[in-house]
Design a protein around this ligand. Sequence first.
Ligand code: F6R
Length: 613
Amino acid sequence: MCGIVGYIGERSASDVLIKGLKRLEYRGYDSAGVAVMNGKMLCSKGKGKVSNLEKTLKKNKIEGFLGIGHTRWATHGEPNDVNSHPHLSESGKIAVVHNGIIENYTTLKKNLIERGRTFQSQTDTEVIAQLIEEIYTTSADITFDRAIRLALKQIVGTYGLAILNSETPDRIFIARKGSPLLLGIGDNEMFVASDASPIVEYTNKVVYLDDGEMAIVTQDSYRVKTIDDFPLTKEVHELAMSLDAIEKAGYPHFMLKEIFEQPRSVADCMRGRLNHEEGTILLGGIEDVMDHLVKARRIVIAACGTSWHSALVGEYLFEQLAKTPVEVEYASEFRYRDPLIGEGDVLLVISQSGETADTLAALREAKKRGALVLGICNVVGSTISRETDAGVFTHAGPEIGVASTKAFTAQVVVLIMMALELGERKGILGQKEMKRYLTELMRIPSKIEYILEHSDEAIQKMAGLFTYAPNFLYLGRSFNFPVALEGALKLKEISYIHAEGYPAAEMKHGPIALIDEMMPVVVIAATDHTNDKMISNIQEVKARKGRIISIMNDDNPEVKELSEFHISIPSTIDCFSPLLTVIPLQLLSYYIAVNRGCNVDQPRNLAKSVTVE
Ligand code: F6R
């Protein structure tokens, strides 16, 4: 949600910034801008994509070796040229790019206006630039660094900030509270960014800033301290991310690449963690807390969006395989309803990005109340992964497409491994059963591969027939109810078609009224133990002339007979079924969105990592 990049070194700052902003564009694409220092502050910014900014900069080049850039997902003020970042102070000497929200900006702005300052934009960010300048210019003998710190003391809210001042033309100031920032250490050059994607091609040495910290970055040095001015020595981490992982590799969209990566990402997620011959699982990240999990009265899982759907799959998994009661919470609701959670409870948070503000807030709330907090994250070094007591990484590789695909399957794999391991430790699953589950789990990557190879064409054709359907209904039961929700979410977020997911049996309690000959109904009929019931539900749809698209196991003649279209997938154990059934749904939404001419990787109004509440 908004991307920040900064550079200081010997390369053209604008070139590094534009390239970096393109890599960060999945975090927000309402507008983009750069400020580069070259004797004075030079700024170029505007509404729209980074490519617009690039065109402008080709015409009016900004030369310089030090600069900051931003790609915006609007929170305060509509996305237009004036509200784009960087924001300059009144004198034009100070430039600020900002991720996050300043909650008390109206009060601060009012005070600054009373002191005679005039504002250009409606944003909260401009207040930061003006406030710093006000403090800097009206206090005797003050350093710029101290002016920033004093300003930050007055600010209530969240921020990831990069700041330039033309009076200190050899440095970038950065500060963090609630919005991720890291700095990359190059050879006689330094980078700052809101995530590693813009810097991975230059260096793999990074320092993550924590909340309440700031840094002063020059070409060959950096100083990190708290905003109370206590110097800190920070660990330098080595990035595991490769450049290939964040490029499209010949696919037209990141989303399609990421869908097709799933045989590998699912295998990577299991790698080194399973021994199917012995029937054992080793999840190093939670090994030390397994006893706690065994004793837990219940597990609460909190997440948002697609991660919330995998949490729902987790509920079925933990309850069936480990007989541990589970409650699944929207992270955004959990925090604000005085949750009954404390010692003896376990909160498991699930987040691809590891930065989602609502999920982070739920984590902090549960921690404050004494619960053990575990995490399932994809991004190593992310805030959630660092603040949880223990956790498991999904190792799915960077997910750049805004619509989550491979993160979902990897999260479900981790949940399966956790539930199996817990079931085994609780004495619910014996070695024979464990071996059976693990042997099948290891076949999942090739089954996904099979689906991708054999269904892609059929799904493309089917997508052509339903491209202009105004509504879709998705129905699933048991483990595939969350997949119905996920299929509907994928379709609406990238194709803007209204879609609803329902537990199949719930349909007759209301949504059945929507069904007529215009309504495509996607039924996920691939769980054996609910097959008969599902057939009845399909018949209910058919009786109302709904158009049935089924996702079914190879050997299901009855469902096939009832369906106008069907996609056959290999059979598996019911509780692993979401790992297979979700694949055709991802492809269906992808091809429909492409047919509708939608921007699949950057759907309107969305951003990849939602770092505001
Ligand atoms: C849907 C999607 C979002 C995210 C949600 C949580 O395709 O991408 O719904 O799943 O914003 O994000 P993370 O998992 O990063 O916490």
